[in-house]
Design a protein around this ligand. Structure first.
Ligand code: 8YV
Length: 315
């Protein structure tokens, strides 16, 4: 049987791209110098699309792929996929949940430790030879502090488990209360008001755009640190910069940004801010597992007409 044609709209690591190339006719849209030409020549043949978690897929691109059957996202987040459009056209959308949960939760804990205990600052202090001159500053005890989690999904729960093991208190907000041993707070500003660390762990997309706004940051207040391992779009970034500049909040630990890899310039100069380059899932083991699942979804679809991890909106 002829290999199905698939279009690739994001840079992929070799451990995913090489096996894809072995089993599919891959069209590299991401690297194509003349994208309209590629679509005109190949668009009508393409049956699958592979993209990254952060990739935005415009409906105009999908319009040029009339035989598209499946979008397989190399990532858990599919906020860049126009889900309603896909539902209307009967296009399946799959992602890579579960396999990255531990790694992303680890990064949230790391950001809590790096901001709360000042480890990044203290590391700079030692590297700069400052310890020869004076003792280190004292920081904040984490056990007993309150962690408020926005979005208690798989990753949120893994974060909760980890910080509980550190003796921290957990409460959360989300669409509805769940059967969990953590306290539900119905509104985000209320959660922020009672949190020392407000951890953003919900999906991105239209429903959560800028929900962490100036009002929520004001409620978090001078005792509070914002941690974001989810999507930059969830936080009103100019409001965050303003809150940090004004000293409205204590600090921030950020792995994700509104316009990656661009980070608002004022953040670079802030000692109470820890910045990571979107590395939540960036380990060899997890990215390989994500790649395997991303391809397995395509393989299952073209072999059996079923997928392994259909997104809940289309289930
Ligand atoms: C990846 C992510 O950086 O899973 C996600 O939604 O944002 C990250 O794990 C990305 O998907 C890699 O393409």
């Amino acid at each position: 049987m002829a290999q199905p044609d698939i279009i690739v709209t994001a840079p992929l690591p070799p451990f995913l791209y090489d096996p894809l190339r072995a089993d599919y006719r891959c069209h590299d849209y991401y690297a194509a110098s003349h994208k309209p030409g590629l679509l005109a020549a190949e668009g009508a043949r393409i049956r699958g699309l592979v993209q990254g978690g952060g990739t935005v897929t415009p409906t105009t691109l999908l319009d040029a792929l009339p035989r598209l059957e499946i979008i397989s996202v190399f990532g858990v987040g599919y906020d860049g996929v126009p889900v309603d459009y896909c539902r209307q056209r009967g296009i399946k959308v799959t992602n890579t949940p579960d396999v990255l949960t531990d790694d992303v939760a680890d990064v949230a804990v790391a950001l809590i430790m790096m901001t709360g205990r000042g480890f990044v600052r203290l590391n700079r202090f030692v590297h700069a030879g400052e310890w020869e001159k004076r003792g280190p500053e004292l920081t904040t005890k984490l056990a007993g502090r309150r962690v408020g989690i926005l979005g208690l999904g798989r990753i949120g729960k893994a974060i909760a488990q980890r910080v509980r093991a550190m003796g921290m208190e957990v409460s959360y907000t989300g669409r509805k209360p769940q059967d969990v041993p953590y306290r539900f707070v119905p509104d985000l500003a209320g959660l922020a008001a009672e949190s020392d660390f407000l951890v953003v762990a919900c999906p991105g997309g239209a429903a959560t755009k800028n929900v962490v706004n100036a009002e929520v940051l004001a409620a978090l207040g001078t005792k509070g640190t914002l941690v974001n391992i989810a999507r930059g779009s969830i936080v009103d970034e100019p409001a965050l910069v303003a809150a940090l500049q004004a000293g409205t909040i204590k600090g921030a630990g950020l792995d994700v940004f509104a316009d990656e890899p661009h980070i608002p310039a004022p953040l670079f100069a802030m000692d109470n801010v820890v910045l990571l380059p979107h590395v939540g899932s960036a380990t060899h083991e997890t990215r390989k597992a994500m790649g395997d699942l991303c391809k397995a979804n395509l393989d299952a679809w073209f072999a059996t007409g079923k997928v392994l991890t259909l997104i809940p909106e289309l289930a």
